[in-house]
Design a protein around this ligand. Structure first.
Ligand code: NBP
Length: 513
């Protein structure tokens, strides 16, 4: 081979993992003019891919890590898109012997952020750079533009920036949904929060669907119309859009396919990680937690079948609002329209709470792990390409960028909580009546709305200057001498009472119930 031909054959980036995400991301990189060398543990998949999906492209196949590395330009960029967990560690150890100092390993899978932080440290200790990046958007996103959330070794960013931003989704014309997130596990942390929020958004949509289906006896076609309408307003988002389309899909017999799908939901763990992190950092991420637990309850199908025969409650049907219950007057149709609008408002207000909670958690994590997160930039990254993409995220970006901040004194004043932003506070105010009506009606009718309810409970707690935790502290002091602060004394001064008259004066400092 001539030197020129040899140079030409050098690839810009390597990608390991030819499953759905890897294949689509490779084709996306190829579309943007990058030469990609690909490898997969089961090497027959390399040949299949090169002979089929990659036919006629500049994509190069490799049958070993050594061969793959030899085809790369320096500094070498090697991206893994394999199953998260042990496979990532195994691969790192297989790749490292073939690298030179300054080469970059990238993990684009759904890795746990603490694993990523550990891997960054490990690779940097050996003179390599490491990037842990969230990639969201599923198969379609990977192929045509995902949201990409990179973090890890900051010095790697200039080397991967162009390629990542080229293949990412774009909003407002050409703004890429990809920016540097922060050091060590920051990229995967933000992706984890994204997935947690995704769990919440999906649960909220399912609760709206459940009330319409069981409370109002609406069929799939009627609900399809409602979601189509909602997708034109402030709820405009990918998840509302696909719900609209799912409701219109018919099975082979012409009946709605959704009605034939078994009601047990699976999960892969990123929602659970979000909740575990919230517990670790002491941040109430109640809506995402309810969304995770709702999937767990759904999985108890056999138990629920048995319980449904024994445990009695009110009938779900909301009298006067359903055609099938015989009431079809113009007045009742108007009432039904208003009730469906209330469901919309409950969903929208609860969604604002969920995002506010997600941002509270990111803020606490940034403090804990010493990251400088750009909250408006994160909203921008999520605006396109990913599963939670929506019009709503544009408003969140505006709120964090300060253009509509609650602070009139300084546009740059950092927003403490999304709920305190003028725009979102106004939206909650507007939706509150309908939201309360839905939660109250659902409770009376025995229709489970765990996410709507927890969002409202959080809102009412968060806006309470005084909560009943005074009594709770008294209880803790009573049984465990945990002490309490007093409203008539400065903060930080602790008191203990001998509640029974036969306790001692010693307070506890080690036992926390
Ligand atoms: P999978 O998560 O199904 O992983 C399959 C790939 O991992 C195959 O290439 C497989 O090789 C490889 N692999 C395994 Br399994 N164990 C390995 C090992 N010990 N060493 C080397 N390779 C190994 O693929 P995916 O659904 O494309 O997802 C890839 C990553 O992207 C995951 O972390 C996933 O969580 C994340 N993600 C997925 C989506 C999505 O919509 N699917 C979206 C966003 C992020 P083999 O062919 O030899 O078995």
């Amino acid at each position: 081979m001539t030197q020129q031909a040899e140079t030409k054959s050098q690839a810009d980036i390597a990608l390991i993992g030819l499953a759905v995400m890897g294949q689509n991301l490779i084709l996306n990189m190829n579309d943007h003019g990058y030469t990609v060398v690909v490898f997969n543990r089961t090497t027959s998949k390399v040949d299949d891919f090169i002979a089929n999906e990659a036919k006629g492209t500049n994509i190069i196949g490799a049958h070993s890590i050594e061969e793959m590395v030899a085809k790369l330009k320096r500094p070498r960029k090697i991206m893994m898109l394999v199953k998260a967990g042990a496979p990532v560690d195994e691969l790192i150890d297989q790749i490292i012997p073939h690298l030179e100092k300054g080469d970059i390993i990238i993990d684009g899978g759904n890795s746990f952020f603490e694993d990523t932080a550990r891997r960054v440290k490990y690779c940097e200790s050996k003179g390599f750079l490491y990037v842990g990046t969230g990639v969201s958007g599923g198969e379609e996103g990977a192929r045509h533009g995902p949201s990409i959330m990179p973090g890890g070794s900051p010095t790697a960013w200039p080397f991967v920036k162009d390629i990542f931003q080229a293949i990412s989704a774009k909003v407002d014309g050409d703004t890429p949904c990809c920016e540097w997130v922060g050091e060590n596990g920051a990229g995967h942390y933000v992706k984890m929060i994204h997935n947690g929020i995704e769990y919440g958004d999906m649960q909220l949509i399912c609760e709206a669907y459940n009330i319409m289906k069981n409370g109002l006896e609406m069929d799939a076609d009627e609900m399809h119309q409602v979601f189509a309408e909602w997708n034109k307003g402030e709820l405009d988002s990918y998840l509302i859009e696909i719900t609209r389309d799912i409701l219109a899909k018919k099975d082979d017999d012409g009946l709605p396919l959704v009605d034939k799908i078994l009601d047990t939901a699976g999960q892969k763990g990123t929602g659970k990680w979000t909740v575990l992190s919230s517990q670790e950092l002491g941040i109430p991420i109640t809506l995402i937690a309810e969304a995770v637990y709702s999937r767990c309850v759904s999985a108890l199908k056999d138990e629920r079948m048995k319980a449904s025969k024994k445990l009695k409650g009110p009938r779900a049907l909301i009298a006067g609002l359903t055609g099938k219950s015989g009431v079809n007057s113009q007045k009742n149709l108007e009432k039904k329209k208003k009730f469906v609008q209330d469901i919309h408002d409950a969903l929208y207000a609860s969604k604002i709470i969920s995002y506010a909670q997600g941002y509270m958690l990111m803020r606490a994590a940034a403090k804990e792990y010493d990251w400088k997160l750009n909250y408006g930039g994160i909203a921008l990254m999520w605006r396109g390409g990913c599963i939670i993409r929506s019009r709503f995220l544009g408003k969140i970006k505006e709120a964090f960028d300060g253009s509509k901040s609650f602070s009139k004194k300084s546009a740059k004043h950092e927003l403490d909580n999304l709920l305190l932003d003028d725009y979102f506070h106004g939206e909650i105010k507007r939706c509150q009546k309908g939201w309360r009506n839905i939660v109250a009606t659902a409770a009376k009718k025995g229709i489970p709305v765990p996410a709507f309810s927890t969002a409202l409970a959080f809102y009412d707690q968060y806006r309470s200057a005084v909560l009943p935790a005074n009594l709770l502290q008294a209880q803790r002091d009573y049984f465990g001498a945990h002490t309490y602060e007093r409203i008539d004394k400065p903060r930080g001064e602790f008191f203990h009472t001998d509640w029974t008259g036969h306790g001692g004066d010693t307070s506890s400092s080690t036992y926390n119930a």
